[in-house]
Design a protein around this ligand. Sequence first.
Ligand code: GLN
Length: 503
Amino acid sequence: MDDTIRASAADLAAAMQAGEMSSVEITQAQLDRIAEVDGDLHAFLHVDADGALATAKRVDDARAAGEAVAALAGVPIAIKDVVVTRGLPTTCGSHILEGWIPPYDATIVTRLRQAGLPILGKTNMDELAMGSSTEHSAYGPSRNPWDLGRIPGGSGGGSAAAVASHQAPLAIGTDTGGSIRQPAAVTGTVGAKPTYGGVSRYGLIALASSLDQAGPVARTVLDAAMLHELLGGHDPLDSTSLDAPVPALVDAVRDADVAGLRVGVVRELGGEGYQRGVRARFDEVVGLLTDAGAEVTEVSCPHFDYALAAYYLILPSEASSNLAKFDAMRYGLRVPPDGVADPSAEQVMAATRAAGFGDEVKRRIILGTYALSSGYYDAYYGSAQKVRTLIQRDFAAAFDQADVLLSPTAPTTAFRFGEKLDDPVAMYLNDIATIPANLAGVPGISVPSGLADEDGLPTGVQVLAPARADDRVYRVGAVIEALLVERWGGTLLARAPSVTGTR
Ligand code: GLN
């Protein structure tokens, strides 16, 4: 049982293929684990035991009948609550959608269902995907399995905590400014943000449509690649979906090699503001890659210094427009205004939005509405879009000199609850290294780089590649993983303390 919950998705798939294990057994083991530890971790907002077991049984029956099944058939998965799931509550971590049961599936959920992955449940997140810690969830934070007094990252902290604590071998995340990669870094897991358009956005509750991208959360690079291949590919329901096949990611992992590869270390994503232990582990990875034959150079992306400022104009602008649909009429919550006998639609809308949205969401709606307003549009939104172009040019120039770029994923390890809650800018700064990739639409992966000496907590390294070259981030990620597993004599998570009783 302990081995089952610790196994990789690839190993579970192989064991089912060989007839050594059933999906019902595996799914039940995960559900037992959730029952055992999620009271401490709060990774899940909703668990669907019956649905998961029913899917598992269907896959077992299909296999027994000799039917061809998908590579990951029968491997259970957890889904971030920003993703719409037919028949399963979808709150996006907000009171505004409390009680909403979607009548349709996101395209990526359709693909998971068609491939026969039992859906264990929906994972916790910062409200409407705004945050870096899950402390903005309307339903209370998730906890980091390495230290229950610390954040598991955000906004997808629930997915990362679920995978890190062996409640699920796989999970889905979404990354608008780092919400897959930063939680991966602070929980010792693997998370990838695909090229913009590489994975369908149909059925994701939009935060900032030009930045959002769904992707895999896993414990190994191979597992992430397998899941990414399943999720990716053209979707006619998403007009920004790339009409191109998914790059061969699993092959890239299996044949991973960095000999002769040009690796650029981004000067602006390091140094001041980055925790000492984070930098030390990063420098070690650079050394290992050099020893493995990579040609490592330093590259400069001068406009990255303005990425955070541009992001916090573009994101609120798009969010303020996307969130206008929560009008008390169509979905979820409806709150009658206090003491008004015959309220107008506008009064109901105002009362509902006042009650249904948390402080961070309101802050960003106000900021975005202001940035887009007549007379300010050019000064704020227009300037931010120009900076975005300059950042894209920095990437283009850097990728002339290097095949992939490397940086720490996040400047610090997991911080304590409350540490940054009253200081939005301090919270925003945790995404300083992940945001440029979203602004440029390029793919990135975070893989564990080790434990910081000063606090013993996990830290991650980020690999970035040009748009549509997702295979490169997996290739380099797999080499880093292999070199470190060899050095540590096992995975980083094997060194994680028990998740229970450490609070
Ligand atoms: N933490 C970032 C923010 O608050 C990123 C969010 C995300 O990627 N969904 O906007």
